[in-house]
Design a protein. Structure first.
Length: 350
């Protein structure tokens, strides 16, 4: 009889022990954070640490080593970066490039073609003409001849990616600038590196571009606030929950000059060679690829409230447009955004 009781009790004790152990493991889950400088700005990483994930210090080392590679490849502030070396080449030149540079270039060229030049990866001469380039002291007022000279070396169709040869080629003396897409690419790459390390619950932000995946402890979603376009304060326009989604916002409410009552944005329209002049204050794009969200938010910002909204609807993008008028700001979201994202009554937990 005693043996029979032990036989029945053993599974019960094992199940109880499993519940206790599971509870202990769940309690050990916590959010780890680290941050640092990058690309003239900062990055911040949050991830759910468990007994099976690497230490935060090891992940930070991984991130910092990767960001060093990114700087050496894409920086427009370093004369020795791969991109700066390519930009210094004359017309009809090719240069061997790593797959990362070829990939980002292909992404940028595709966005340029889709938007018929509203997104322009060879815009650097125009940025410099207006005083928006690396190292520039402030706003310039180029005349029409100066703009014509700058436009002579602008045009995405002059650039070609030769995958077979592993080369980047140019038919004119163009200069590439990937600041409108590379941060999103970096977010995606860090996410891939995390998942290879067994970290699949995270929120990664690089210079404002971000991506979140999985749930926080106690099955809580990652929530982020889409910022309203106010000049001197940070106000939440809408709060959204993310899982496997990248987010990028572009706007004219921080980087601009005000002259004689005229607002001059740092965002240029390559088609006019001048700062955008419409009343779109900001646009936010949510996309499974942070790289695509990054590039698309810039593209839509250039296109403006009407043309941009039509483009976003045509390409089934989740986007939120905020326009400025005499009475303040008006928000307008695409059908995909409305169907997919809600605004929980909670503050950002980023």
């Amino acid at each position: 009889m005693a043996k029979r009781c032990r036989a029945y009790l053993q599974p019960v004790l094992m199940a109880s022990l499993l519940v206790v152990l599971t509870g202990c493991l769940f309690e050990r889950e916590q959010i780890e954070r680290f941050s640092g400088p990058t690309m003239g700005s900062t990055y911040t990483v949050q991830f759910v640490a468990t007994a099976d994930t690497p230490a935060a210090a090891d992940l930070q080392l991984l991130v910092n080593e990767y960001l060093t590679e990114v700087d050496a490849a894409f920086s427009t502030y370093r004369d020795d970066s791969l991109l700066s070396q390519f930009n210094a080449l004359p017309a009809n030149s090719c240069m061997a490039m790593p797959d990362s540079v070829l990939h980002v270039t292909a992404t940028a060229l595709n966005l340029a073609a889709l938007s018929e030049g509203a997104f322009e990866p060879t815009i650097k001469p125009l940025l410099q003409a207006w005083g928006f380039g690396p190292g520039d002291a402030g706003l310039k007022h180029p005349d029409e001849q100066a703009l014509a000279d700058a436009r002579a070396n602008v045009g995405f169709r002059h650039v070609r990616v030769d995958r077979a040869a592993g080369e980047l080629c140019k038919a004119a003396a163009v200069q590439l600038d990937f600041n409108s897409v590379v941060a999103g690419f970096v977010v995606d790459q860090i996410a891939q590196r995390f998942e290879a390390q067994g970290v699949d619950r995270y929120l990664i932000e690089v210079t404002g571009e971000l991506k979140a995946k999985g749930l926080k402890p106690k099955a809580q979603p990652w929530r982020i606030a889409i910022e309203a376009p106010h000049d001197n304060e940070r106000v939440a326009q809408q709060v959204v929950e993310l899982d496997g989604i990248g987010v990028s916002s572009s706007g004219d409410y921080r980087n601009y000059y005000q002259e004689n009552g005229v607002r001059l944005s740092h965002t240029l329209d390559p088609r006019t060679a001048k700062p955008i002049s419409h009343n779109l204050a900001s646009v936010t794009v949510l996309h499974p690829s942070a790289e695509q969200a990054d590039g698309l938010s810039t593209l839509l910002m250039v296109l403006g409230p009407d043309e941009g909204y039509s483009f976003a609807k045509q390409h089934a993008l989740a986007a939120l447009f905020v326009t400025r008028d005499a009475n303040g700001f008006t928000a307008r979201s695409t059908p995909v955004f409305e169907r997919t994202y809600t605004a929980p009554a909670a503050q950002s937990e980023e």
